[in-house]
Design a protein around this ligand. Structure first.
Ligand code: WT7
Length: 632
């Protein structure tokens, strides 16, 4: 890199340095990778265990690693119960505000009451340890209660993002064989009501496994209830079964806590499975260290609990650390583009953690909106989901962070459970780089043969070690998990393949460039081209379809699709719009294609695989690269 191209470096202020939870990186990093098990055992000691573990890390069946095996714990015992025994009992756990101005607060004591009642209700519906409950909800406190209630009784939750639609929900219910679905009448978005229950009804029709549907009344929509299947939560809460006392069940450290579906290279989403023990240790440690969590902090992760960011850093990590969490249901710019800044001022938020897309989206309305508000309570800012472009970084840093808040750019994945690469508040920052590995982790960039590339050279990002927060498997598909993510070296060691391309610079800073597979990041949301394609093909007039992601200034990726119609159907503007709506209805609004182009043929390999790379190059007017495998 020549000097002109060198990024600026931002150093932390005295104030940040003085209050850091971790005030030194290099030595502690060295210790953590040389004594990995010891390091993680020390972190695990900060949690409450029903029974201590026998082994910290069991590698005997790699890449199916076990952490803290033999130990007994329950994440809810740490996220809720233990706070009831100390001053946190009356501390605010959740502050919730909805788009239309409703506010509800819950102390840790109140949180416990709601979780206990919910857990008792689930039990009364026959939910037992190991059962999978699907949760499809807007961003309301009951979503958090439902997740914790499952965990408390040892059931497994599968949260499906509330922005997904019929087919996305149905296929996830089906894969999990859920008997119970928790949903709500509706949600709010940009002044409009989202009719969740009717989507849930349509999905339940497609997925016969559901026997019980518990529905939360959120916005009072008139919804269709099926009398023998559907129950209002408030009716159930009024019954004696919904007692506010419920014992937390001890679970084995390796017992499943949740599955969360994420997109990959095939049309079938992967249910990534996470466990009670390692995940508790990993989310709380990363959250505490990377975000310098203090007892008095008000923490706002402005993601949706329905994605891994919300699971790990709205719900579990912050609650284990006893923080006060902010939850907002609605659009960032409703009714005006100052909504978020107003929330920060109103509630005195100290740390804001969000995505580059959200930052770019709000930046476009100009400085005058944040400048109307006192943002001085902010101490740290965070970024996640995609690489942050330097322009957005600077705006976030200067205007929102008033030049004093370090930006914690965290690289991780649904699969990793928690931060893998991120700065600490004390780390000198380079805009656009997630900086250095978190403790215990060793990363590298390799070429196609698995050899490590030179400094500043691009290649595949890999992780060379297991970590407690790692997904244990793909639900019901161990073979696919091992094959997709892991490879064994000649010396017997294992490597985790992240699916991202990256570079490592002269200072050891990691620069993530983007996905190398058929995964798109649209406004930070992870979608698979295959899922979009199968939604298109499910339309009766479509014969074949291909989806690619093209760069988009605001969204990161925009979805462009190519469609071959069935014989005899003529392309038209109406059909184009119909197909866009169809994908939105099947998958969810976020998956609505930016463009639908009707074509006669698609570039394919001789074995019949669509060459999306060629479509992408053509759309961007770039060199199409090696075409030797293209069929005639
Ligand atoms: C993919 C994982 C992890 C929570 C949200 C996303 C991209 C994530 C960053 C970052 C550059 C990032 C990667 C990764 N990504 N964070 N800080 N810088 N890229 O989880 O939905 O499983 O997506 O998001 O491409 O592989 P996910």
């Amino acid at each position: 890199m020549n000097d002109a191209a060198k990024p600026d470096i931002f150093y932390p202020s005295e104030e940040v340095l003085n209050q850091a939870n971790v005030n030194e990186y290099e030595e502690m990093y060295k210790y953590s990778v040389e004594n990995r098990e010891q390091f993680w055992a020390e972190q695990a000691e900060t949690l409450n265990w029903f029974k201590k573990w026998d082994t910290v890390l069991d590698e005997s069946n790699a890449p199916f690693y076990k952490w803290f095996d033999g130990g007994q714990i329950n994440i809810v015992h740490n996220a809720v119960d233990r706070h009831l025994e100390n001053a946190n009992r009356n501390k605010m756990a959740i502050i919730w505000e909805s788009e239309h101005g409703e506010v509800r607060n819950f102390s840790y004591n109140g949180l416990n009451r709601e979780v206990c009642k919910f857990a008792n209700v689930l039990r009364s519906m026959g939910v037992e340890k190991g059962d999978i409950v699907t949760i499809y909800m807007p961003q309301i406190p009951e979503l958090v209660f439902a997740m914790l209630a499952c965990a408390k009784i040892g059931a497994i939750h599968s949260v499906v993002y509330g922005g997904f639609s019929t087919e996305a929900l149905a296929s996830r219910i089906d894969d999990a064989h859920s008997r119970v679905l928790v949903t709500a009448d509706g949600g709010w978005r940009r002044g409009k009501q989202i009719d969740l229950k009717s989507i849930a009804n349509a999905a339940m029709e497609r997925s016969p496994s559901i026997e019980v549907c518990i529905c939360v009344k959120n916005n009072g929509l008139d919804v269709e209830m099926e009398p023998t299947r559907d129950f209002w939560l408030h009716d159930l809460f009024a019954l004696p079964i919904a007692s506010s006392k419920c014992e937390t069940v001890p679970t084995d450290a390796e017992d499943p806590l949740f599955i969360l579906y994420t997109s990959g290279t095939t049309g079938k989403p992967k249910g990534m499975l996470h466990t009670h023990g390692g995940y508790s240790v990993y989310t709380s440690t990363t959250h505490r260290m990377a975000f310098d969590i203090k007892p008095q902090d008000r923490w706002w992760c402005a993601a949706d609990p329905g994605w891994i960011t919300g699971h790990s850093y709205i719900v579990y990590g912050p609650l284990i650390n006893g923080a006060t969490i902010m939850l907002y249901e609605g659009a960032p710019n409703y009714p005006y583009p100052n909504r978020w800044w107003q929330i920060i001022e109103n509630y005195g938020i100290n740390i804001l953690y969000t995505s580059p897309t959200a930052i770019r989206g709000l930046m476009r309305f100009g400085d005058r909106w944040p400048k109307k508000h006192d943002l001085s309570s902010l101490r740290l800012l965070g970024s996640v989901g995609e690489p942050i472009n330097p322009e957005a970084w600077r705006w976030y840093h200067n205007v929102i962070g008033q030049d004093k808040c370090p930006i914690i750019d965290t690289w991780w994945q649904t699969e990793t459970g928690g931060f893998m690469v991120c700065p600490l508040p004390i780390t000198p920052l380079k805009p656009g780089s997630a900086t250095k590995p978190f403790f215990g982790n060793e990363l590298a960039v390799v070429d196609d043969d698995g050899e490590e590339v030179e400094v500043n050279e691009e290649g595949k990002l890999i992780i060379k070690n297991p970590w407690p927060g790692m997904a244990r498997t793909i639900f019901k598909d161990d073979a696919r998990y091992a094959e997709l993510y892991w490879s064994q070296r000649e010396d017997g060691s294992w490597r985790y393949l992240a699916g991202d391309s990256a570079k490592i610079d002269d200072d050891g800073y990691i620069w993530v460039i983007g996905r190398m597979d058929e995964v798109l990041k649209v406004s930070g949301y992870r979608l698979g081209t295959a899922e979009i394609e199968s939604a298109l093909v499910s339309h009766p007039k479509v014969s074949e379809a291909a989806a690619v992601g093209l760069p988009h200034e605001l969204k990161g990726n925009a979805i462009h699709t190519y469609v071959i119609l069935i014989d005899g159907v003529e392309p038209s503007k109406e059909l184009m719009l119909e197909l866009k709506t169809h994908v939105g209805n099947e998958m969810g609004k976020i998956a609505t294609p930016e463009a639908v182009e009707f074509v006669e043929a698609l570039p394919k390999t001789r074995s019949g695989k669509i060459m999306r790379r060629v479509l992408k190059a053509r759309a961007l007017g770039q060199d199409e690269g090696d075409l030797s495998t293209l069929e005639e």
